[in-house]
Structure formats: structure tokens, C-alpha cells
Design a protein around this ligand. Structure first.
Ligand SMILES: Nc1ncnc2c1ncn2[C@@H]1O[C@H](COP(=O)(O)OP(=O)(O)OP(=O)(O)O)[C@@H](O)[C@H]1O
Length: 612
């Protein structure tokens, strides 16, 4: 029930963001739906004239025909106005508001967004498109319902005045349709919810296929993947057919009620016409109204279908919003620009407020779903100017730790303190220019390299050049056909994995953060270049042109030897922390990692021609 009231609240808000368009459109549409009342009256007069029930002159008949044409022309005009000046603006505006609020919540609301996003981007896109559509279409159908109701009230008044018996007989099939739709509404909601979920699963799977084409081909898994897709699709098709069937069943029931109603009119009208209490014109009016009258039960049926549909959509969309946000935030009105350019987005302004003295974490605990994996009770202290390396075996929890620290993952316990004060929402606090993060799985957009590195950050090409150099990316840049203007990303020049990682490091460095967090650059740099990278950052920091505090996930000697402190993780727990020498003496896990690392480095330092 609360899901339905949430959906109705969102829909209610959607109707008022541009009152002029929605209510203007409603008036036009209602007038369009109601004008057949006049058509029916004209037809009644016309048929009474033709059948001799009224004084007949040719002039009369011609005037009535002209009136008929005029009414229908006005109707066409109303439709044209509604469809050109009201509904498209309102429809697009309503969808945009919902989508903007969702996007804002995902990108900027407090708390980590990662856990709220569906596993695949395809599914997220389908929610943005289909679920938003389900909400907007409900608000649209409300107008149909109100218009159909107004038509029914006026038509019934006219028909009751002509023949109360025949009019009341017409109500019966309508009541049957209403009861039927009410009975079916719960079933329809379940069917629709399942169809939506399975449809999203297909979209998600196709998305995964596209992004994993290489993996599929190299594994020779084309047939297996296609078979899996077929299985997903079979399930979706069955659910979609059931969904469509339920909707069509309702429409057919309503259509049948029209036939039954016309039959009833004919049955009851025949004796009345013999007695002269019901004219041919009355018959014309009744039969012309009856088709329109079924619009009401049809719309009521559709509402009974749309409301649960919108409840499902609201619930799915709410899951994308931050936990502290409500449907109120989802439907919050915002500025819209119809027919004019939106003002440019405001650029972030580096504040340099509250510079870092010390960052502390205590008792940080993250559990990934019900896997039981993650990190437990991790505490660390990072003073300003220090170089901290987090190390550990594959899967030890290094990435989880830095992501928890940055507020990118939900923590189940623990806190983060910046200069002694508890950070309320690390997700919105640990951001540039306080902290910048070069992640393990970097992403470039299909834009120029300059835009990719800046992402809206206010910096000159000179600043950008410095960041590129710090990230040891200058040689790669020199090889680019158009330098910083080269379009990269999925639709541009493809960069190697290492180049993408160094570009992402440059993106973090251009933000001149107090604290630079780098997650495992090992695939981006050979040993020599890694030494160069840390040297350059240290030199830049000494003249105040780069981050002086570094938190680095690494298992490489180049980083470990330079570290002021090393934090060793093993299966999610800190098993040692301190300077490398101390750990090599006291921490068996560090000794084990170090000996493995030595082997790796020994292999890397062999002459190039001996490598495979
Ligand atoms: N989103 C997730 N859902 C479930 N389990 C996860 C998730 N992310 C990580 N894990 C698990 O948590 C553990 C720690 O993962 P994490 O990525 O933090 O390790 P890591 O030390 O950074 O590993 P690597 O050296 O491979 O980068 C692993 O066992 C991993 O399988």
C-alpha cells in the first residue's frame, strides 16, 4: 500500500512542475474528449430531421451537416493544440525531472552509490527509461480518466433525460468491466513486475556480452553465451506475453461491453420506438455515446493496471536513491529549459579549506553482501607528508580498505577522522581538492584527453602539463596524434591498460589534492618508471606543487622501500603495520610477500630480449 501511495505522490508532483502545460493540456484534452457530446446532439437532430420526427427542410439538414463538420474541426484543432504546445513539453519535462533527480542522487548524494546501482549498466539504463516511463504515463492517463469521467457525467444526464431505462441498462456492462479489472489488478501487478525484471535481465546480459566480446571470443564461448541469452530471452518472452495478454484481456472485456451495450440499446429501443417514445435521433445519440462511454471503464481498468505498475517502478527507482532520500527527493521540482540553452554547469571551486594534518581510520569493517569477505576492524593513521603503502596478497582487502576510507563502500562499523574530527559522510568529504583517487579499474570517456583529465576541473593547460609529467604520461602524450585534443575512450584512440592508468593518475594529480590515493599502478609502470613517478611527486610536493601525503596500494618494492609506513593486510585484517624494516623482522606475512615480490622484480629487471 505504501508503495502505491509513494507512486501517487511522485505522480502528483509530476503534474505540478509546469502547471501551465499540464493543466492547459488537460483542458485541451478534456475538451477534445467531451466534444462528442455536441456531435451526438447534432446527429440526433440530423436523424430526427431525416426520419421526419422534426420539421424537415433541406436548409435545416445542410446547417446540421455544417455544424457536424464544424464540431469535428474544432475537435481536430484542440487535439493539434494539445499535442503541439502542451503534452510533449510536459512529458519530456516530467521524465527529465525524475531522471535528473535520480542521477543527482547517484552522483552527489551522501553515502556510497556503488551498492545501490544494479550490477550492469544495461539494467540501470532500463530503469531510467522504462520505470520513469511507467510513472509519467500514469500522470498522463489521469487526464484521460478525468476527461472520460466528465464526458460520462454529461452524457448520462442527457441520456437519462431521454430514456432512464435504457440509460440504466447501459451501466450494467460497465460495472462488470470495473469489477473484472479490480479483481485482476493484483495479478497484473505481479505479472508486470516479473516481466520488467526479466526484461531488465536480458538488457543487462546483452550489455555484458557487448563489453565482454573479446573474452567470449577468446574463450570460444559464443555458443554457450548465445544459449544463455536464449534462455534469458525465453523467460522474458513468456513473461512479456503474459503481461500483454493481461492488458489485452482487459481491453477485450471493455470492447465486449460496447457490443453488449449496443445490443441492449437495440433490444430496449425497439419497443420504445414502436410506442413513439424513442426517436431515430435518440438511437443515433445513444449509439454515438456508447462507444465513448466505454472510455471511462477502459480508463478505470487502465488505471488499476497503471497504479500497481507505477508502484513497482517507484520501488525500483527508490533503490537507486541514497538511503536517506525519499520519493520526495525523487520527484523534487528543478529548473527546466524549454526552447533555450541551459546555463553552463558551475565549475568546482578549489577551497583549500581544512588542509590535512592527519587522517585516521578506526575499526573500519566492510562485509561484501553475504560472502563474509571484506575487511575487519582496520585502523590506520596517516600523518600529513607521509607515504603509506597498503599491501597484502591478492584478495586480502586492499581495495576494499581504500574504498571504505573514501566512502565508496558502505561500512558496517568504524569511523574516519580528518584532523581529529569525525567525517560524517566520507563519500562527499573525501573528494578533490582534499583527496583524489586513481582507482584500480580506471575509466576514460569518449572525449578529448584534455576533457578526460579535467572532467570539469578548473585548470590551465600548463597545470595539466605538470600533472601529466608527474604521472609519467608525457611520452605517451607526445605520441598522441593531436596531443591533449586527441579523442580517447571507447569511441576514440584506444590506449593500453597502463596508459589508461597513468592518464587516471594525471586526472587525480591535476586536482592537486592534499592526499593522493593510488590503487595498484603495477600494470601501468615498469620498475624504473615507478621510481621516477614517486621521485617526481616527492619533488613537486617539496615545492608545494603536488600532494605531499600519499596512500598507495602496492606490492612493489619501488613503493614499499619508499614507504614511511606499510600496512599489511591478510584476509581482511591488519597483520602488521610500521616501517618496512620493522615489518620484515616482525611480520611473517610481510616477509612472505617480500620474498615473492623480490622474485617478481628480479624477473622484471632481466634484459628485455630474454623476456617472453
Ligand atoms: N563487490 C564485492 N562483492 C563480493 N565480494 C567482494 C566484492 N569486492 C571484493 N570482494 C571480495 O572481498 C575480498 C577483498 O577484495 P579486494 O578487492 O579488496 O582485495 P584486494 O586485496 O584489493 O585484491 P587485489 O590485489 O586482487 O586487488 C576478496 O575476497 C573479494 O573477492
Amino acid at each position: 500500500m505504501s508503495r502505491i501511495s509513494d507512486a501517487l505522490l511522485v505522480v502528483g508532483r509530476m503534474t505540478t512542475f509546469t502547471k501551465k502545460r499540464y493543466f492547459g493540456g488537460t483542458v485541451m484534452w478534456a475538451a477534445f474528449i467531451i466534444t462528442p457530446i455536441v456531435t451526438g446532439l447534432v446527429l440526433k437532430s440530423l436523424f430526427d430531421v431525416i426520419s421526419g420526427q422534426k420539421a424537415a427542410t433541406l436548409e435545416n439538414a445542410i446547417w446540421l451537416c455544417a455544424a457536424f463538420v464544424a464540431v469535428e474541426t474544432v475537435r481536430g484543432g484542440l487535439l493539434w493544440l494539445a499535442l503541439n504546445f502542451f503534452w510533449p513539453y510536459w512529458w519530456n519535462g516530467a521524465s527529465t525531472i525524475l531522471q535528473t533527480n535520480l542521477l543527482r542522487s547517484i552522483l552527489t548524494a551522501r553515502g556510497p552509490a556503488a551498492s545501490r546501482l544494479p550490477h550492469s549498466s544495461g539494467e540501470a539504463v532500463s530503469r531510467f527509461r522504462d520505470d520513469v516511463h511507467d510513472l509519467v504515463v500514469l500522470a498522463d492517463n489521469l487526464v484521460d480518466l478525468v476527461s472520460a469521467f466528465a464526458f460520462a457525467v454529461i452524457a448520462f444526464m442527457i441520456m437519462l433525460a431521454i430514456s432512464p431505462v435504457i440509460t440504466l441498462a447501459l451501466v450494467l456492462p460497465m460495472i462488470v468491466v470495473i469489477i473484472l479489472t479490480r479483481l485482476l489488478s493484483d495479478v497484473i501487478r505481479r505479472i508486470h513486475s516479473r516481466a520488467r525484471a526479466l526484461g531488465a535481465a536480458v538488457t543487462a546480459y546483452i550489455g555484458e556480452i557487448f563489453s565482454g566480446v573479446l573474452a567470449i571470443k577468446t574463450a570460444g564461448a559464443e555458443d554457450a553465451v548465445l544459449e544463455r541469452l536464449r534462455a534469458h530471452n525465453r523467460a522474458r518472452r513468456e513473461a512479456a506475453v503474459k503481461d500483454r495478454l493481461a492488458m489485452d484481456l482487459l481491453d477485450t472485456a471493455t470492447g465486449a461491453s460496447v457490443e453488449i451495450s449496443i445490443g441492449l440499446i437495440l433490444l430496449l429501443a425497439a419497443p420504445a420506438m414502436r410506442q413513439g417514445t424513442f426517436t431515430v435521433g435518440d438511437l443515433a445519440l445513444f449509439t454515438s455515446y456508447v462507444g465513448w462511454l466505454t472510455f471511462l471503464p477502459r480508463m478505470m481498468g487502465r488505471m488499476l493496471y497503471r497504479v500497481p505498475q507505477a508502484a513497482v517502478a517507484t520501488e525500483r527507482l527508490s533503490r537507486l536513491m541514497a538511503s536517506h532520500e525519499s520519493v520526495d527527493d525523487m520527484s523534487k521540482h528543478g529548473p527546466l529549459w524549454f526552447g533555450q540553452e541551459a546555463p553552463p554547469a558551475s565549475l568546482p571551486v578549489p577551497t583549500r579549506s581544512d588542509p590535512l594534518h592527519v587522517l585516521e581510520a578506526s575499526g573500519l569493517t566492510v562485509v561484501h553482501g553475504d560472502t563474509g569477505r571484506g575487511i575487519r576492524e582496520v585502523s590506520l593513521r596517516i600523518p600529513q607528508g607521509s607515504f603509506t603503502v597498503v599491501t597484502g596478497a591478492v584478495g586480502a582487502g586492499k581495495t576494499t580498505l581504500v574504498r571504505a576510507l573514501l566512502g565508496l563502500l558502505p561500512v558496517s562499523a568504524g569511523e574516519v577522522r580528518w584532523n581529529g574530527s569525525v567525517v560524517d559522510d566520507p563519500g562527499t568529504f573525501m573528494v578533490p581538492d582534499r583527496v583524489a583517487y586513481a582507482g584500480q579499474v580506471p575509466r576514460l570517456f569518449s572525449e578529448s584527453l584534455r576533457e578526460n583529465l579535467l572532467l570539469g576541473w578548473p585548470a590551465s593547460d600548463a597545470d595539466l602539463g605538470r600533472a601529466v609529467e608527474l604521472a609519467t604520461f608525457e611520452q605517451d602524450l607526445a605520441d598522441m596524434p593531436e596531443g591533449l585534443s586527441t579523442v580517447v575512450g571507447p569511441r576514440g584512440v584506444r590506449l593500453s591498460g597502463g596508459q589508461v592508468q597513468r592518464a587516471t593518475a594525471a586526472r587525480a594529480l591535476v586536482r592537486t589534492p592534499d592526499l593522493l590515493v593510488v590503487d595498484d599502478l603495477s600494470s601501468a609502470l615498469d620498475v624504473e618508471t615507478e621510481h621516477q613517478l614517486w621521485d617526481r611527486i616527492a619533488t613537486a610536493a617539496s615545492v608545494g606543487r603536488g600532494p605531499s601525503t600519499l596512500l598507495v596500494v602496492s606490492h612493489r618494492r619501488a613503493a614499499l622501500e619508499r614507504a614511511d609506513q606499510v600496512v599489511v593486510l591478510d584476509r581482511g585484517e591488519v597483520v602488521g603495520s610500521g616501517p618496512l624494516d620493522h615489518l620484515l623482522r616482525t611480520c611473517p606475512e610481510m616477509r612472505r610477500l617480500w620474498s615473492e615480490e623480490s622474485i617478481v622484480e628480479a624477473e622484471e629487471e632481466q634484459p628485455a630480449q630474454t623476456r617472453v
